[in-house]
Design a protein. Structure first.
Length: 246
């Protein structure tokens, strides 16, 4: 119960890593606010958490919409009284080589993966400052450290997330707020599982551990970083890749 008494907002909490993180945080005693654009997914996750004995709320919020985010923050504070942890997890991929990338593909990925992280963090930071502390966790990627073929938009967004983290760690550390990023390699979520078996096998071959990560293996890292066990980890971009980048 490392997160007992803490209130956490998890964006993109209806699927994949966000869903696994919501379950892990609830199992560790947190009260969890699940934010997503997928109403059915939200309802399913919240019902599962509540059935398991946790306190949870669902919020239909697009992280590109600042009014919706403000309403969610007000709702979470009204319902749970505080906000201790924000997990900026919502993200999309719209891959294309640069010569074929459309402006819309570029803009959508930057709007959700980068500006969405800013929007949500900006909306909670004053509450955390007033409380005297908090934890801001952010989904980057190995692509946010090394770049990747066909991912101009995604790489820029994930590099940018690490830029946020390093800046927020400096600005907010003295206020008791820690900001960190997690950089997963290949994780078996709906995005990857929809790929042909041959492609997945080729990805696994590149990983020294010869397998994809399970979403729970990323959720475990978020739970540790959110907990007081990580009390001196600030401004880090932690690679969780099974050794992919060695
Ligand atoms: P996923 O598609 O399973 O889940 C993403 C969730 O975000 C979905 O529930 C979706 O509805 C939600 N979402 C999308 N746009 C949104 C918006 N505008 N507002 C609110 N919610 C929105 O993806 P995942 O694989 O679990 O990825 C989660 C995060 O981890 C992403 O930021 C992704 O870039 C990052 N990541 C994933 C991998 C991987 O291999 N799966 C690797 C590195 C980083």
């Amino acid at each position: 119960m490392r997160l007992k008494g803490k209130v956490a907002i998890i964006t993109g909490g209806a699927s994949g890593i966000g869903y696994a993180t919501a379950k892990k945080f609830a199992a560790e005693g947190a009260r969890v606010a699940v934010c997503d654009v997928n109403q059915k997914g939200i309802d399913d996750v919240v019902s599962e958490l509540v059935a398991g004995g946790a306190e949870a709320s669902g919020h239909l919020v697009d992280v590109t919409n600042r009014e919706q985010i403000a309403a969610m923050v007000d709702g979470v504070k009204a319902g749970f009284g505080r906000i201790d942890v924000l997990v900026n997890n919502a993200g999309i991929v719209l891959d294309a080589q640069l010569v074929k990338m459309t402006d819309d593909q570029f803009d959508q990925v930057i709007d959700i993966n980068l500006k969405g992280v800013y929007n949500c963090t900006r909306a909670v930071v004053e509450t955390m400052v007033a409380q005297g502390g908090g934890v801001i966790l952010n989904a980057s990627s190995v692509v946010g450290v090394y770049g990747n073929f066909g991912q101009t938009n995604y790489a820029a967004s994930k590099f940018g997330v690490i830029g946020f983290v390093k800046t927020w760690a400096k600005e907010l550390g003295k206020k008791g707020i820690r900001a960190n990023a997690v950089c997963p390699g290949f994780v078996a979520t709906p995005i990857l599982k929809s790929m042909p078996e041959k492609v997945i096998a080729a990805l696994e071959e590149r990983v020294p551990m010869r397998r994809l990560a399970q979403p729970e293996e990323i959720a475990n890292v978020y739970a540790f970083l959110a907990s007081d066990e990580a009390s001196y980890i600030n401004g880090a971009a932690i690679e969780v890749t099974g050794g992919l980048t060695l």
